[in-house]
Design a protein around this ligand. Structure first.
Ligand code: GDP
Ligand code: PGA
Ligand code: MN
Ligand code: MN
Length: 619
């Protein structure tokens, strides 16, 4: 990048820091992208007020009258989800990106993207967002700076991260002791010519979500959608952090963190990895249906896990907000999400708007209003559109809301020490084959279960929905390096020198359907609050008080071990949900083999051993 006349850009010289590497980078970026002005974000309430007012003025936001300090927003119809086919890991060696990531040579990518970035912020404001992933009080705070021309991104970062002045103080003064930070450059890629009117949701047809793992750098272009544009989330906290975690011996995972207290007052913390739109946020805000159990949330999407001095694996949530799937969220399914949203201070993207200034989406309430404005800004009526099954909200519409206002946020959610994890759950969305719950025999078998995790694709990423694919540890789109090395890293974690007590690994599936034998396709298991029954069994297994049966794929609850008191699901459905069908599993084997084969030379031998073992058990 060659600095040009950046010195004349208003705001550039009003930096609230003397951190020279940061100042240099902002100046270079401003010279390249030529914004109209530069704003250094402080994260204050005044800043939120100014920007949300401005977004309302611009027609991007509609202020809701029924929810305090909350806003409705719709995106460009072509910018509604993560773009996995446009996401790149630009490691120096192609082999380091592995078979599951798109790769381009970092220098080539830099050249291509520099041309896209040249002048791309014309007519817009360049916002500088210093942020910290994880608690500000961490011994080694994980810092980043996002440069963006999207005020939507700024206000979303207000919710999702610790940002602004409180983060900037952790950067130091720019001398050689200054802290390292991840450079996150983002543009919606929609420069404005002088006098050109803006659109409510600017974005570009060409999109790039690019990661330079060796340089700890992220370049994103063309999209305003959360997973592509809030760079602290998937790009930093998963793709870049997974590389840092590999190097430093910890784990950066696509997991919720949940605290469970038994009726006897015993506390267990669990983590669970499900692919996008497969139930993390809902489980994270669980309202247990079984009496006496208490659930509290620490995180709904990302867990960073390190061994503590006591040899246990401790998890922290790097985020400060929930970016949750709206459809399906209602008082019956997720009352704690509803309570969180009713407190306000939230941004809704691609849901429907009611005539009286509230939000609505499929599953929000049993009684939809007579009239709505859909996420495509079209009219929608109960009598015609609802009857025809026309959706008012996009299936991947999202709410963005602070964790701090969740009524069941665990008091320790902001503790930099994190919480010791007793059990890890892997799971996916499978209509067949995968039983409600399986316990792994040991760590290696548990890693095998995670490594072969499969799920139907969802609307969280662009592309076909409902196609079964392998999604190791629910990290397929997020591992920032070679997936074979990633799986080896998981195996190594089990042999970690400091490990005294490893979490027990389980595999769950809330989404098995009646249908194989002429059923109607209904879910066999009621899910949501009833999932507490499965968690209870798992915890009783940790405590040695529940029984299990050996099956070829692992341990499943004996019929009496799962607490079904008060459950009104037909017993046959529960039984069908728990079934391990050897025929279905024999059909699954070639799919697992095919997946493991794509990993190539770096496939850990231990996983092949596990596969062989599974085949023997099924024979
Ligand atoms: P996340 O993207 O992994 O956080 O998944 P969410 O918790 O947001 O859930 C995605 C979708 O799956 C939403 O429409 C939920 O209503 C639905 N869902 C979540 N948990 C369950 C469950 O236990 N059973 C069923 N049938 N659906 C669920
Ligand atoms: P999700 O998060 O896992 O809650 O869907 C967003 C994503 O993964 O894109
Ligand atoms: Mn996610
Ligand atoms: Mn979620």
């Amino acid at each position: 990048m060659t600095p040009t006349s950046a010195g004349t850009i208003p705001g550039l010289d009003q930096a609230p820091t003397t951190h020279q590497p940061l100042l240099d980078w902002v100046r270079e970026t401003a010279a390249l992208t030529t914004p109209e002005r530069v704003v250094w974000c402080d994260g204050s309430r005044e800043e939120w007020q100014t920007l949300t007012d401005q977004l309302v003025e611009a027609g991007t936001f509609v202020r809701l009258s029924q929810k305090p300090n909350s806003f409705w927003c719709v995106s460009d119809p072509d910018d509604v989800a993560r773009v996995e086919d446009r996401s790149f890991i630009c490691s120096k060696n192609e082999a380091d990106a592995g078979p599951t990531n798109n790769w381009m040579d970092p220098l080539d990518m830099t050249i291509v993207m520099t041309e896209h970035y040249r002048g791309c912020m014309a007519g817009r404001t360049l916002y500088v967002i210093p942020f910290c992933m994880g608690p500000l009080t961490a011994e080694n705070p994980q810092l980043g700076v996002q440069l963006t021309d999207s005020p939507y991104v700024v206000v979303s970062m207000h919710i999702m991260t610790r940002m602004g002045s409180k983060a900037l103080t952790l950067f130091g003064d720019g001398t050689d002791t200054a802290a390292e930070f991840v450079r996150c450059l983002h543009s919606v890629g929609a420069p404005l010519k002088p006098g050109q009117e803006d659109v409510p949701w600017p974005c570009a047809t060409t999109k790039y979500i690019t990661h330079f793992p060796e340089d700890r750098m992220i370049w994103s272009y063309g999209s305003g959608y959360g997973g592509n544009a809030l760079l602290g989330k998937k790009c930093y906290a998963l793709r870049i952090a997974s590389v840092i975690a590999r190097d430093e011996g910890w784990l950066a995972e696509h997991m919720l963190i949940l605290k469970l207290t038994s009726p006897a007052g015993k506390v267990h913390y669990i983590a669970a990895a499900f692919p996008s739109s497969c139930g993390k946020t809902n489980l994270a805000m669980l309202e247990p249906s079984i009496p006496g159990w208490k659930a509290e949330t620490l995180g709904d999407d990302i867990a960073w896990m390190r061994f503590g001095d006591d040899g246990r694996l401790y998890a922290t949530n790097p985020e400060a907000g929930f970016f949750g799937v709206a459809p399906g969220t209602g008082w019956k399914t997720n009352p704690n999400a509803m309570r969180t949203l009713y407190r306000g201070n939230s941004i809704y993207t691609n849901v429907a708007l009611t005539d009286d200034g509230d939000v609505w989406w499929e599953g929000y309430s049993d009684a939809p209003p007579d009239h709505l404005t859909t996420w495509t800004r079209d009219d929608w009526t109960l009598t015609t559109d609802y009857a025809r099954g026309r959706l008012a909200a996009h299936p991947n519409s999202r709410y963005c809301t602070p964790i701090a206002q969740c009524p069941i946020a665990a008091p320790e959610w902001n503790d930099p020490q994190g919480v010791p994890i007793s059990a890890i759950f892997f799971g996916g969305r499978r209509a067949t084959t995968i039983p409600l719950v399986v316990e792994s025999r040991d760590w290696q078998h548990g890693v095998f279960l995670g490594a072969t995790l499969s799920s139907e694709t969802t609307a969280a990423a662009t592309g076909q929905v409902g196609v079964v694919r392998r999604d190791p540890m629910a990290m397929l789109p997020f591992v920032g390096y070679h997936v074979g090395d990633y799986l080896q890293h998981w195996l190594d974690t089990g042999d970690h020198a400091h490990a005294t007590q490893l979490p027990k690994i389980f595999y769950v599936n809330w989404f098995r359907r009646a249908g194989n034998n002429g059923g109607d396709g209904r879910f066999l298991w009621p899910g949501f609050s009833e999932n507490s029954r499965v968690l209870k069994w798992a915890i009783d297994r940790l405590d040695g008080t529940a029984t299990a049966t050996e099956t070829p794929i692992g341990l499943v609850p004996t019929p009496e071990a799962l607490d079904l008191n008060g459950l009104d699901t037909p017993p046959d459905d529960v039984q069908a949900a728990l079934t391990v069908d050897p025929d279905e599993w024999r059909a699954e084997i070639p799919l697992i083999e095919q997946w493991l084969a794509t990993i190539g030379d770096k496939l850990p031998h231990a996983l092949l051993d596990e596969l062989e073992d599974l085949q023997h058990r099924l024979a």
